[in-house]
Design a protein around this ligand. Structure first.
Ligand SMILES: Nc1ncnc2c1ncn2[C@@H]1O[C@H](COP(=O)(O)OP(=O)(O)OP(=O)(O)O)[C@@H](O)[C@H]1O
Ligand SMILES: [Mg+2]
Length: 527
C-alpha cells in the first residue's frame, strides 16, 4: 500500500459558544470588575493623557445591577468585534500594558451577568450598542446584532450588567473599593480616577517600611532575558514593615506586573515559604517580612495567569526571579523572628530612613551580601537586666543576685556531668547573699546601730540565726525559708560529708524557683 497524503474536506474550527461556559466559574466579582477597569486603563495609558481617566462604577445591591463607565476613548464602529470575539484585541503583544489575551472583557461580562449591554462612542463617531444575552450564548450563531443609538458622551464606553449570575451584597462594595485601591494604586496616582457608588477610590500602597539601623529595606533591579520575546525588568524591594495587622496576615510577597497588583501576601513554597533554610513555615513571628516585586515589560512575557490574579510559578520569567526573591524573603523572615521579643523597640519606632540599593548579585542564592542577622538569644543576663531595669536603678546591689541566676542558666546549658553541683552551690550562695543584702540595705527594718558590722558577722556565722531573724520580720516568708533549708542541708552534705551526694535536676529546678520567689518578695525582681 502506498502511503500518500490526500486532502479531504477542511474541518470547521469555529469555536462553540460552550467555550464561554468554562469561564463562568473562574471569575469572581472582583476579578470580573477588574477586567473592565483594566480595559479602560490600557487605552488611556496608550493615549496622550489629555483628559484624566475617570472610571465610574455603580453597583446597585438592591436591584442587582452593575454599570461600569469610562472615558478611555471608546471603540470605533468598525472595530466593535474586539468587544465580543474571543481573542480579539487591539493591544500590541510587546507593549507594556495589561490586556494581552484578548478575552478579559468578554469573559468578565459573560461571567458576571446573563445580560450585558455595551454602549460605546469613539470620538465624535456615532454611538453604538451591543447586547450579549443568554439567548445569544445558547445559539451557535456568532453574529451579534449591533445598533446605533442616540449619542452618549464622546470617547466613553459603558457596560451595563443585569440578571447577575451571582448576587453581590452591599458589604462587597466597600471591599471592591479597597481592592481597586490596592490593585490600581499606581494608576490612581497618575491621575486616573475610579469611583464606586460615588465614592472615590484611594490608592493603597504596601511600602510601609521600617528602617532599623543596619536592617533598612533593600532594593535591587535587574533584567531577566526571555529569549526572542525580549526581557523583563525586575525591581525587588524587601524589608520589615510597620503596618502589621495580625488578623489580616498582611505579610509575604507582593507582585505587580506593569504597575498593576496581581497578588499580595503570597506565602507559598514557590516564594520560599514552607521550606526550612528559606522563609520557613509562615508564622506570626515572621509577619514583618514583606517583599515587593515589580515587573515591567511586554505584556506577553508576564508570569500572570489569564485572569491576572495569580502568578504562574513555572513561568520562565518567574523561574529566573526566584533565586533572587527567595533569599530576601528568607532574610527578612528570619530578621522578623529574631527581633520578635521587642518589635516596638527594634522595628516599629524606626519609621524614617532610606531604602538601600543593592546589586542583584548580592541577593542571589548563597551569595547574600547583607548585614549578619542579629544573634537569636540575647545573653540571659541582659534579658534579666532589661526586665528589672527600674529595680536595678533603685537597688543597684541586686545586680549580683540577677547575674547569679543568669549564671545558673549558663551552667544548665553546659555539658558538664556535675553541673547540678555547681548550680546548687550557686543557688544557695545567692539565697544567703539575698538575705544579707536585705538586712544590710533595709535600714527601716534593720537599723545600723543595732545591726552593726560585728552583729552581722555574728548572725552570718550561723545560718539559722539569719533565717530566724528574717522570719521574725517577715513571717510570710517562712515556707520559702523552710524549703530553702532542705537544699541548704543538701549543700552541706556536699561540702562536709564523706560521701558525695548526687544532685538531681528536680532539686535544681525547685531550688531555683524558691530563690526566684525570695528575690521577688524581697526586692520585687522578676525572671
Ligand atoms: N472600555 C474600553 N474602552 C476602550 N476600548 C476597550 C474597552 N474595553 C475593551 N476595549 C477594547 O477591546 C479589546 C479587547 O478587550 P479584552 O479585555 O477582551 O482583551 P484585552 O484587554 O486585549 O486582553 P485581556 O484578555 O488580557 O484582558 C481591548 O484590547 C480594547 O481595545
Ligand atoms: Mg482586557
Amino acid at each position: 500500500m502506498v502511503n500518500v497524503k490526500t486532502e479531504i474536506e477542511p474541518i470547521d474550527g469555529t469555536p462553540k459558544k460552550r467555550v464561554f461556559l468554562s469561564i463562568i466559574n473562574d471569575y469572581d466579582f472582583k476579578t470580573g470588575l477588574c477586567e473592565l477597569v483594566d480595559n479602560a486603563i490600557d487605552p488611556w495609558m496608550g493615549g496622550d493623557h489629555k483628559n484624566s481617566l475617570v472610571v465610574t462604577l455603580d453597583l446597585d445591591a438592591d436591584r442587582q445591577l452593575i454599570t461600569v463607565k469610562d472615558n478611555a476613548g471608546g471603540v470605533k464602529r468598525h472595530e466593535l468585534s474586539v468587544l465580543i470575539a474571543p481573542g480579539e484585541s487591539k493591544n500590541d503583544l510587546s507593549a507594556e500594558v495589561i490586556g494581552v489575551f484578548g478575552v478579559g472583557g468578554k469573559r468578565a461580562g459573560i461571567a458576571l451577568a446573563e445580560h450585558v449591554t455595551i454602549k460605546t462612542r469613539f470620538q465624535e463617531e456615532e454611538s453604538c450598542e451591543l447586547n450579549i444575552t443568554q439567548a445569544w450564548l445558547e445559539t451557535e450563531d456568532w453574529n451579534l446584532p449591533a445598533y446605533t443609538i442616540p449619542d452618549i458622551e464622546s470617547g466613553t464606553t459603558q457596560v451595563e450588567m443585569s440578571h447577575l449570575r451571582k448576587s453581590f451584597k452591599s458589604e462587597d462594595v466597600d471591599e471592591i473599593r479597597t481592592h481597586f485601591g490596592e490593585t490600581y494604586s499606581w494608576f490612581l496616582r497618575q491621575g486616573c480616577a475610579i469611583t464606586v457608588n460615588g465614592v472615590a477610590v484611594v490608592p493603597i500602597d504596601f511600602e510601609t517600611w521600617a528602617f532599623p539601623p543596619d536592617y533598612s529595606p533593600r532594593h535591587s533591579s535587574f533584567d531577566v532575558d526571555m529569549g526572542r520575546g525580549g526581557k523583563l525588568s525586575v525591581e525587588i524591594t524587601g524589608g520589615l514593615t510597620r503596618d502589621r495587622e495580625p488578623e489580616k496576615d498582611n505579610y509575604g510577597v507582593y507582585f505587580y506586573c506593569n504597575h498593576r497588583l496581581i497578588v499580595k501576601e503570597l506565602r507559598t513554597r514557590d516564594v520560599g515559604y514552607f521550606v526550612s533554610g528559606e522563609a520557613g513555615v509562615p508564622h506570626t513571628d515572621a509577619s514583618l517580612c514583606r517583599v515587593i516585586v515589580r515587573l515591567h515589560g511586554p505584556a506577553q512575557l508576564m508570569p500572570w495567569n489569564s485572569s491576572k490574579n495569580r502568578i504562574t510559578s513555572d513561568h520562565l520569567g518567574f523561574q529566573q526571579i526566584r533565586p533572587r526573591l527567595i533569599p530576601l524573603v528568607g532574610y527578612f523572615s528570619s530578621l522578623s523572628r529574631r527581633l520578635r521579643d521587642d518589635w516596638d523597640h527594634h522595628v516599629f519606632r524606626h519609621d524614617v530612613g532610606q531604602i538601600e540599593e543593592v546589586p542583584a548579585e548580592n541577593i542571589t542564592g548563597k551569595h547574600l551580601v547583607l548585614p549578619a542577622l542579629p544573634r537569636v538569644n540575647k545573653p540571659r543576663a541582659e534579658k534579666y537586666k532589661a526586665i528589672n531595669k527600674t529595680q536595678l536603678e533603685n537597688m543597684p546591689w541586686t545586680l549580683g543576685l540577677i547575674e547569679s541566676l543568669a549564671m545558673v542558666d549558663v551552667a544548665e546549658r553546659q555539658r558538664f556531668e556535675t553541673k547540678n553541683r555547681i548550680s546548687l552551690i550557686l543557688l544557695d550562695s545567692t539565697f544567703e547573699i539575698a538575705l544579707k543584702e536585705f538586712i544590710v540595705n533595709r535600714q527601716d527594718l534593720f537599723p545600723s546601730n543595732v545591726y552593726t558590722d560585728a552583729e552581722i558577722q555574728r548572725l552570718f556565722s550561723r545560718r539559722n540565726l539569719v533565717t530566724d531573724l528574717i522570719v521574725q520580720k517577715r513571717p510570710a516568708l517562712k515556707p520559702l525559708i523552710d524549703s530553702a533549708n532542705y537544699f541548704y542541708i543538701r549543700r552541706n552534705k556536699l561540702i562536709h560529708e564523706r560521701a558525695t551526694v548526687d544532685v538531681p535536676n528536680s532539686d535544681i529546678r525547685n531550688y531555683r524557683q524558691t530563690v526566684e520567689r525570695l528575690l521577688n518578695s524581697l526586692f520585687d525582681l522578676n525572671f
